[in-house]
Design a protein around this ligand. Structure first.
Ligand code: ADP
Length: 472
């Protein structure tokens, strides 16, 4: 029964929410109702006691003034007004009862239950019953007057009991309504509170079924927790979409770009097979070797880029002296630069130490220097500088080369992208993609600015405190 209910409410979380809402609502309402009842009963009791006490004072005064006759007159007057209802009045001397007045129907009460205060001015309360359950009950106040007379006035609790009984009946109707409102309200509240979760589940289920990541979760209340979660899931889907389409594009590019060297490889091998000359065969083998090296370099760079972009590239960060890292890389390119008639200037502070992966960062600098040498005509110059502020270490590679047209600038970071004028120079179009992937894997960023015909500047910003994954 319980589990069927749970199923009907549609799952554990929804059931729990509805159940807790209803429980809290019903319990707090029940507490308010119970408190109201207790306070009402206490107030009615106090009111009854007040009536008895006032009557007692009035009767005692009448008795003191006019004796039994005066008291009888006063009782008659009070009874005829009907305000206090039927009353029990007893006056006793030291030994015997002097006066007793009570309705006929009350003869069954056991008067021996009445307490008798000993001291003058002292007052006590007693409750008399007939011993029959549910029958009327009398509340009697007893007072010992100054002359030793015992004065007792009592009143039935029937009116109060009747009133409270009616109130209890009303409360039962109230309680049933409260429980109904609690259950229905709980179910409705939970249903609407869970709406964003349902939308989220539907979207994710749709994606799992169709494999299409174009679906998005409707964000109903931006700013609240579930709205933020939906927005976050959408942002994640955007990112997945971008990565998937990036990978698809890269795969297309690789397939396309591999076709040419593979065809060349095949062509070289085919023409070599037709020849008997050992020299031609050696030359063909050397060409094949070169071509396959090229293909392998391209594939390994692509793998590196993917690793860096997906966050699986191991970054072995260690405190690195930027000046010596730059110097080591420049040394690799000095001869090549000289051959091209270029000069390389270095301006790095001696004490700049940044935590980074030396080998990866050497790859970055080598790629930037390689490009600078490739795209700067003879007579030009290349400059590498470094500086640091509180947060970042900034390394810049500047050249006086051909520059990059403004429409090409946004694309230079794309995998396998090669500028129009660069087609004749060697290269795979992967260098800058790798540069950016490695720098971002370090928690940094890279920017290029260029004036066509005057030169380009590539600026790396690396976190001075080392790679911080949250920056990614
Ligand atoms: P590759 O150099 O192999 O073509 P990269 O990814 O290193 O590939 O560079 C992409 C493109 O960016 C190059 O084809 C070129 O058009 C442009 N580029 C990169 N560096 C420079 C530079 N220093 N000066 C001018 N153009 C550059």
């Amino acid at each position: 029964m319980f589990s069927r209910w749970r199923e009907r409410l549609g799952g554990t979380m929804r059931f729990r929410l509805a159940w807790w809402y209803a429980l809290i609502f019903v319990v707090s309402s029940a507490m308010i109702v119970a408190l109201t009842y207790v306070l009402l009963a206490a107030a009615l009791r106090q009111y009854d006691h007040q009536i008895i006490q006032t009557t007692l004072v009035e009767f005692a005064t009448a008795y003191a003034r006019g004796g039994v006759t005066g008291l009888s007159r006063e009782i008659q007057r009070t009874q005829s007004s009907g305000a206090a209802g039927p009353l029990f009045v007893r006056v006793g001397g030291r030994q015997n009862v002097v006066f007793l007045s009570m309705p006929e129907g009350w003869r069954g009460f056991d008067l021996s239950q009445l307490s008798e205060p000993g001291l003058a001015g002292e007052q006590s309360w007693a409750t008399l019953d007939t011993g029959v359950p549910g029958a009327e009950v009398l509340e009697v106040a007893s007072v010992r007057l100054g002359d030793g007379t015992l004065f007792q006035v009592g009143r039935s609790t029937a009116r109060r009991t009747d009133l409270l009984q009616r109130f209890r009946r009303l409360l039962l109707v109230d309680a049933a309504t409260i429980i109904l409102v609690g259950l229905v309200g709980g179910a409705m509240l939970t249903w609407s509170a869970m709406q964003p979760v349902r939308a989220l589940t539907e979207t994710v289920r749709g994606i799992m079924r169709t494999g299409r990541t174009s679906a998005r979760v409707p964000v109903q209340e931006p700013g609240d927790a579930l709205g933020d979660l939906s927005a976050l899931v959408n942002a994640m889907l955007d990112r997945i979409d971008a990565v998937v389409s990036g990978m698809r594009g890269a795969l297309d590019n690789v397939a396309h770009d591999l076709r040419t060297p593979m065809a060349r490889l095949r062509g070289t091998a085919e023409s070599a097979l037709a020849s008997e000359d050992p020299e031609t065969l050696r030359g063909a083998l050397a060409d094949c070797l070169e071509e396959s090296d090229r293909i392998m370099a391209m594939l390994s760079t692509l793998m590196d880029i993917s690793e860096a972009e997906t966050g699986t590239m191991a970054i072995r960060s260690e405190p690195t002296d930027i000046a010596s890292l730059v110097q080591q890389t420049v040394e690799l390119y000095e001869d090549l630069a000289e051959e091209h008639g270029l000069t390389i200037g270095v301006d790095t502070p001696a004490d700049l130490v940044v935590p980074l992966d030396r080998n990866r960062m050497r790859q970055v600098l080598a790629n930037l220097l390689d490009n600078a040498v490739k795209y700067t005509p003879g007579g030009g110059s290349i400059a590498i500088s470094a500086r640091s502020d509180a947060e970042w270490a900034v390394i810049a590679v500047t050249d006086t080369g051909v520059g990059i047209p403004a429409d090409e600038l946004p694309h230079i970071w794309d995998r396998l992208y090669r500028g129009d004028k660069s087609r004749s120079t060697r290269g795979l179009g992967l260098g800058l993609s790798l540069v950016r992937a490695i720098v971002e894997a370090h928690g940094g960023r890279v920017e290029a600015t260029s004036t066509p015909g005057a030169g380009s500047r590539f600026e790396l910003r690396l976190p001075a405190g080392g790679p911080n994954i949250s920056r990614l």
